[in-house]
Structure formats: C-alpha cells, structure tokens
Design a binder for this molecule. Structure first.
Ligand SMILES: Cc1cc2nc3c(=O)[nH]c(=O)nc-3n(C[C@H](O)[C@H](O)[C@H](O)COP(=O)(O)OP(=O)(O)OC[C@H]3O[C@@H](n4cnc5c(N)ncnc54)[C@H](O)[C@@H]3O)c2cc1C
Length: 570
C-alpha cells in the first residue's frame, strides 16, 4: 500500500521531471529562477527607502527581474564553469599577454557596466573631478550599492573590474590630464572587450596593482621601481603578485620613485600603440571568484603616468580603497542575501517528516537567524553608502564613513562564509552539489574579507582612525548610542568600546572593539529602516556577544516577521 505521506508529498511537489525506469522524482525543489530579486527583498527595499533618494527604488526594482531571470542566472553559472584562460603567446610566438573569457563573462560585464555600476556615482559630478583629490565619493552611492548587492548575489566575480573602475575614478582626480581622457570612456557605459589602446575604444575598465610577493597589507614594502623618463612619464620595473582583471585597459599601480612610494596609471598599450611591458606570468588557481582572472605579472620597463605627487602613493590610492571596501561589504551582504533566498525557497518546498521544512520549528529558528543577519548587513551597507554620499557636506557623516568602512567590512565580510555554509546546509545534500549555486556562493565568500585589507588590517584601521581623531570617534559613538538608546546591550557595548580604545595594548582588542562598533552601527542603521521588533531582536541577540551557532538565538516572537520579510510569498 502506498504511504499516504508520499502521496501528499507528490501532490504538493510542483516538479514534474521525466520518469525514470526505477522511480518517480518528487519532493524536489523547483529551480529558483525567473524571480524578481529586488521586489522579494524587503529588508533591502526598506533600507533603500530610508537611506536613498526617492527615485532609487524604481530604478532598483526595475533591475530585479532582469537579474533574477533564468537566462542571467545561467550566465553566472557558465562564467564560473568556464574560467578565463591565459594566452601568453600568439601562433608566431610573439607575446600577447591576453586573457580569454567565456562569452557569459562578457555578457555579465556588458550588463553591469550599462547599468552604471562602474560609473553612476560620478556621472553627474564629472566637472568637479578635475580638482585636486579630496574625499571624492560621488553621489547616488545608496542606489549603486543596492544594485551591487543584488548583482553580487547572482555573480560576484565579474564585479572585480567593475568595482576597480568605479573606485579608480576617485584616484584619477589626482591626474587631471589622464582623467580627461578616460572619463568619457568610463561614462559611456559601454563594455568594449577589444584588446586595443584605450584611446581607440568605446569604453574602458581600470584595475589596480599594489600587492607584491613580500607584502600586501604593508604596501610600503613594495620594491617595484619607477624611473622618470619625462615630466609625468615613468618606466616601471618589478612585479605584482596579485593583479586581478589583467584585461583592464589601465591600472593604478604603486611603485617606488625617487621621492618614495608613488601612484601611477599604467596603460595596457604604450602611447605609441605598442603593447606595454606587462608580462603576465600565470593566472591564480583560486578557491572561488573563478569567473574573474587574477594574475601574477612582471613589469618590464612598463610605461606609466604619475598620479599625484611622488611619495604620496598610499594617500593617493587610499581614495580608491575606501570605495572598493564599500563594494566588498555590499558584495558579502549580497552573497548572504542570495544564500538566504535559496534556503527560504527550498524550505518552502521541501517536505521532510511529513511537514514542509519552513514549518518545522528548528528550521524556522535557523532561517530566522540567517534572515536577521541579512537584515543587519543590508541596513548597514546602505547606511554606510549614504554616509559616502553626504561626506563632502557633513563632517559627522565623513567621520562615520571613515570609521565604519573598515568596521563594516570586518563584520559583514567575516560573517559571509559561515552564513553561506548554514544556508547550504538548509538545502541538505543538494546544497553541496554544483547544480545549485550554493557551492559557488560559499567559495566566493571568503575573498571579500581578504582583498582590500584582511580582517586584522580592518580592525587596526578602526583603531588608527579612532586614535588619530579621538573627538571624531567619540562623536560617532555618541551619535550611535543616542540613536539606539534603550535597546538591549547598547550601554554595555558603549562601555566595552571605550575600555577597548583606552587600553594600552589596544591592538590586542582591535577585533573586539571593531565588532562592537560595527554591531552598534548596525543596530542604529536598522533603527532607521526596519520594524521595531527586528531592531530589538538584533540588539538583543547581537550585542550580547555570546558566541552562538546559527539558530540558537531566541527569536520565536520575531520569527514569523523575519521569514515573511526574507522571501515574501504571492
Ligand atoms: C582573489 C584575489 C585577488 C586579488 N587581486 C588583487 C589586485 O587586483 N590587486 C592587488 O593589489 N591585490 C590583490 N589581491 C591581494 C590582496 O589585496 C592581498 O592578498 C591582501 O591585501 C593581503 O595581503 P597579503 O596577501 O600580502 O597578506 P599579508 O599582508 O601577509 O597578511 C597576512 C595576514 O596577516 C594579517 N596581518 C597583517 N598585518 C598585521 C598586523 N600588523 N597585526 C596583525 N595581523 C596582521 C592580515 O590581516 C592577514 O590575515 C588579491 C587577493 C586575492 C585573494
């Protein structure tokens, strides 16, 4: 006799697959495709409404169905299953130092650049760029970060050159001549994959080379040399150990000039049109981030223009790093969001022990805890993006951005790998298998915590910012406490931060202080955009600093609301 439970499961299963000779396929979850990734994301939309411009929601919601289309999700899979190939020489043995990508990668690049991810925040402010470098963050960062977050959940690898191009604009303000040439080609929103000098192209992308074999965090250890050959023109000799997206048209590179570590713009082709002296050595065999090529490179008298003054390399390139760090945060938040959506979707369909997973209390606690993390990450990154928007006219927002960029990168990027492992486990064995996106999302997650400054570097940067301008740090903390007053754990967190910052061995507690600062900032961000029960739940469970496994937090009263917001039905 047929098990009534099986009959029920079959009746509910929306999956109709071709019959096998030995069994029927049922109780499998339909693919999560042709979904409106924006409209389904209540936490992100709430944060967008609170921190962005009125018109932002419309723009972002319009991208939701495109990003979540079956076709786009397939491009993401293809771009990663067909990683880039290094083609060092042509058929005659001439060097070409070329990287070949799958058409899916090019399609993703085309779409992201056309959507403005490489340029939108600077487009309306182009004329001001030719001024000396300042805190150049552009405008419209909230909408751009929301789009970056959604896109990362689909395919993060191709966003590496997109992010570097966007952030590079801020650095080029220190080289008005180059800026003038490149700006129209970045603002064109055209992805031109042809391998030609940038001045012959319709659109360009920028990369960045800082890390060398002997030091990445400590870029002052760079040994690559720059020799001046004319006014602002140099020849660079040395290497970079990590050099991502080497098919970019030009790179912001650090090298030692006579006056010290200096920033340069190194084009792929010399001004006379010959291939520049960038000799790609090999592509890194990476854990994840597989659609993106990351190379090792030698510079053999490579031509470059100086950007900013000699000896001011770190100060010049830091303009770029703040922006790339913002993207690391939105990328990690976006990866987690996609993991949560896939876990929710599965739990809504899969029946185990005669009940849908989403109705089983232990799974509800797990999903609610994951959903709470995404609520916090989405709120924090868009709150931070708003600070970038306002930094030029509001000193307190500039101070918030200075402190919270490394702090948020620390907590959000560090949360992602463990989060994605839990999201994967929600799908059981299927989550571990490459036919679902979870393995790719999981492999992608750690890189955001490593590049653009590892965790300890972020924590030490928070300490540095706080010790250089104690009043500013105190001001940011006071504002956060004022706006979160009365919520559980706020007072104790404030005290811990103050004690941690005052310690004579402050570096030893840098991670703890950074975690507290960012978690408090998350509560404040949520207070501005999320329902009160969720704000309270986040403060109660996250500020207590007890080390909990996912799903162990007491969230029974907020569970229903969290799950409804995580992936609305109907
Ligand atoms: C996929 C990928 C792509 C990349 N692409 C690029 C690129 O395009 N361009 C580029 O320039 N770089 C790139 N990088 C390099 C990346 O930015 C560096 O790997 C990173 O900054 C760390 O530098 P490192 O590897 O030299 O590690 P190290 O600097 O040796 O650091 C090792 C560890 O020590 C810790 N640490 C360092 N100093 C301290 C301290 N004072 N106290 C306590 N702990 C400390 C760090 O937090 C880290 O955990 C890429 C990296 C990856 C993984």
């Amino acid at each position: 006799m047929r098990d009534p439970c099986l009959t029920q499961m079959k009746a509910r299963s929306p999956v109709t697959l071709e019959a096998f000779a030995t069994h029927e396929v049922f109780n499998q979850t339909p693919a999560f495709v042709d979904v409106d990734l924006a409209s389904l994301d209540k936490p992100m939309l709430g944060a967008l409404a609170a921190f962005g411009e009125e018109s932002d929601a419309k723009k972002i919601v319009a991208r939701g169905p495109i990003l979540g289309s079956a076709e786009n999700l397939e491009l993401a899979r293809l771009a990663n299953e067909n990683p880039p190939k290094l083609k060092l020489f042509d058929a005659r043995g001439e060097r070409q130092d070329f990287v070949e990508f799958h058409p899916a990668y090019h399609a993703l690049m085309r779409a992201s650049i056309a959507a403005g991810l490489a340029s939108s925040t600077f487009e309306a402010h182009a004329p001001k760029l030719a001024s000396p470098p300042g805190k150049l963050h552009g405008k419209g960062n909230v909408a751009r970060s929301a789009l970056h977050y959604l896109t990362s959940g689909v395919e993060a690898g191709h966003l590496c050159p997109v992010t570097m191009t966007h952030a590079g604009i801020a650095v080029l303000a220190a080289a008005p001549d180059q800026l003038e040439k490149l700006m129209p080609l970045i603002f064109s929103r055209v992805y031109d994959a042809s391998f030609r000098p940038f001045w012959e192209k319709q659109g360009v992308t920028l990369g960045m080379g800082m890390t060398e074999k002997q030091g990445g965090s400590d870029v002052r250890a760079n040994t690559t040399r720059a020799e001046r050959i004319a006014k602002d023109e140099y020849e660079i000799t040395g290497h970079k150990w990590f050099f991502s997206a080497p098919m970019c048209d030009a790179f912001l590179v650090l090298a030692q000039a006579a006056g010290g570590l200096t920033c340069f713009l190194m084009p792929r082709f010399r001004p006379d049109g010959a291939l520049n002296g960038l000799r790609l050595q090999r592509l890194k065999d990476k854990l994840g981030n597989r659609s993106n090529a990351s190379s090792e490179v030698e510079f053999v008298k490579a031509f470059a223009w100086r950007v900013g003054e000699e000896g001011r390399g770190v100060a010049t390139i830091i303009e770029m790093v703040q922006l790339t760090r913002l993207d690391c945060i939105s990328a990690s938040a976006g990866l987690m969001r996609m993991g949560l959506a896939l876990a929710m979707h599965h739990a809504r369909h899969r029946i185990v022990f005669q009940r849908k997973l989403v109705d089983q209390p232990a799974m509800r606690s797990t999903l609610a805890d994951l959903a709470l993390t995404v609520e916090g990450a989405a709120a924090l990154v868009l709150r931070l993006a708003r600070a970038f928007d306002r930094a030029s006219e509001d000193a307190s927002e500039a101070q918030y951005a200075r402190l919270m960029t490394p702090a948020a990168k620390f907590v959000v990027c560090k949360a992602a790998p463990a989060f994605l492992y839990e999201a994967m486990e929600c799908l059981g064995g299927n989550g571990y298998v490459e036919e679902t996106p979870l393995p790719r999302l999981y492999r992608e997650a750690p890189v955001n915590a490593i590049w653009e400054g590892c965790g300890n570097i972020m924590a030490l940067d928070v300490l540095r910012a706080a010790s250089r301008d104690r009043d500013a740090a105190h001001g940011v903390l006071t504002d956060l406490v004022r706006d979160t007053q009365g919520l559980p754990g706020v007072r104790a967190t404030k005290q811990r931060i103050e004690v941690g910052l005052a310690r004579s061995d402050a570096e030893a507690s840098a991670r703890a202080v950074t975690q507290d600062f960012a978690t408090l900032a998350t509560v404040e961000a949520l207070a501005r955009c999320a329902p009160p029960a969720i704000v309270e739940a986040f403060a109660r469970t996250r500020l207590s600093r007890s080390s909990l496994v996912v799903g162990a937090a007491e969230l029974s009263s907020e569970c229903g609301e969290l799950l409804a917001r995580a992936l609305p039905t109907g």
